[in-house]
Ligand binder design. Sequence first.
Ligand code: AP5
Ligand code: MG
Length: 216
Amino acid sequence: MRLVLLGPPGAGKGTQSSRLAAELKIVHLSSGDILRAERKAQTKLGRLAQTYMDKGVLVPDDVILRMMIGRITAPEARAGFVLDGFPRTIPQAEGLDARLAEVNQPVEKVIDIVVDDTVVTRRLTGRWTCPTDGNVYHEAFSPAKRPGKCDACGTALVRRKDDEPAVVSQRLATYHAETRPLIDYYRSRGVLVPIDGNAEIDEVYGRILATCRGRG
Ligand code: AP5
Ligand code: MG
């Protein structure tokens, strides 16, 4: 299964992708998580990305394409992948499609998680993330079993810097200007599946899984 999850910041791309990847035994590739790991390691890429991420704007397409394409075509991803946060612009989608066409492994489904801006803002301001394994929680909607600690590894949870209200507004504006055009791009290619994301995590997951299994 070769999937892309589309949707605004806070739509639940990360939450749903990790569950899908575990269930379908495919690789979860999150461009945001990769960039945050590079930042943490203070690599050249990480330092470059930081300046864009902290403002809530996109890292340049050529940098992102270089970072993602190798991982998507790596042997570990041969059984399938779910892409989370990539592609995010038309040039990124064109770069991805061109490379996947070369290996005859096109994207099969693009799941667009549709959620209102007011809902995503509430989700982002209550989000807590594990800095060790990237697990995502919400203080009201998906709380950790022990407050402030990751269920999987016990690390103290942190808030993402770009979840401050001013940066969230910029991320939403960036999404509407640069990423929403991908909805028409993938619809015209016959692979778009819109899913109503204004529901509880398990319900949204059930809808996505049904779609992946051809029942949606
Ligand atoms: P990235 O990390 O991709 O951030 P994003 O797209 O803004 O999305 P988020 O990770 O904030 O949200 P999500 O949809 O994963 O939601 P989540 O599951 O966490 O990108 C960060 C930055 O990196 C960008 O701004 C850019 O600078 C750069 N970047 C990354 N990719 C790039 C690219 N391709 N090109 C250029 N630049 C790039 O859920 C959110 C919260 O809601 C959680 O607390 C969760 O528990 C909760 N929740 C989830 N689902 C539900 C539900 N159904 N009901 C209630 N709560 C829910
Ligand atoms: Mg995410």
